[in-house]
Design a protein around this ligand. Structure first.
Ligand code: TMP
Ligand code: MG
Length: 211
């Protein structure tokens, strides 16, 4: 019996702020569990850990951190989750993850003084997702959604830069999904994609990111 035979799939949702990721992640996990597929929702940053609390106060603009150092904290917040994620995936749980290293690189490298190469480095060797669902909405639509602007990076110009960084990170493990549509229609579309990923991941080994 091989442990990889029944592993769960590792699915990441990416996109700019207010693209509908969090809603769609929750809907997907609910639907999978309803259909008898063991699935769990995770989110980065995980604001509940000691590192996560520092990130949270940075995002809420209650503290200032140097750009390189906040980048490393976001990466550390993923590294600290690796043992648990590895265990869950290998025990057959599908992980639906709201943001991951791609947000890490896209947001930090949208700042003028941080290069994409430098930003990738601390992410190398983390578990590699089986698939990234990249949700796109127009900047205009996103900026009109509920409480846009409340956190540090929620500014239209910055989000536009982040979007160009996401475009550079895209590879053939990404599925680009136009999220500018009704919630239910979108969630049905995503469910179909997710089932394909879950089925094919069972026989594939988990990989490492950017090695
Ligand atoms: P959230 O709104 O999904 O909780 O994400 C918080 C913000 O942090 C969002 O603007 C994206 C940004 N971010 C990074 O800058 N680096 C990262 O590694 C992650 C996961 C998020
Ligand atoms: Mg947010």
């Amino acid at each position: 019996m091989s442990t990889s035979a029944n592993r769960g799939a590792f699915i990441v949702f990416e996109g700019c702020d207010k693209s509908g990721k969090s809603t769609q992640c929750s809907l997907l996990v609910e639907r999978l569990n309803r259909d008898g597929i063991s699935a769990q929702l995770l989110k980065f940053p995980d604001r509940t850990t000691t590192i996560g609390k520092m990130i949270d106060s940075y995002l809420q603009q209650s503290c200032q951190l140097e750009d390189h150092s906040i980048h490393l904290l976001f990466a550390a917040n993923r590294w600290e989750a690796m043992p648990k994620m590895n265990e869950l995936l290998n025990s057959g749980v599908t992980l639906v993850v709201d943001r991951y290293s791609f947000s890490g690189v896209a947001f930090s490298s949208a700042k003028p003084e941080l290069s994409m190469e430098w930003c990738r480095e601390p992410e190398r060797g983390l578990l590699r997702p089986d698939r990234v669902f990249y949700l796109t909405v127009g900047a205009e639509v996103a900026s009109q959604r509920g409480d846009f602007g409340a956190e540090r990076y929620e500014k239209k110009d910055f989000q536009a830069k982040v979007a160009t960084m996401f475009d550079k990170l895209k590879d053939d493990s990404w599925t680009v999904i136009n999220a500018d549509k009704a919630v239910t229609e979108l969630s049905n579309e995503i469910f179909e994609h997710a089932m394909n990923v879950i089925n094919s991941a069972q026989t594939e080994k988990l990989g490492k990111l950017w090695l």
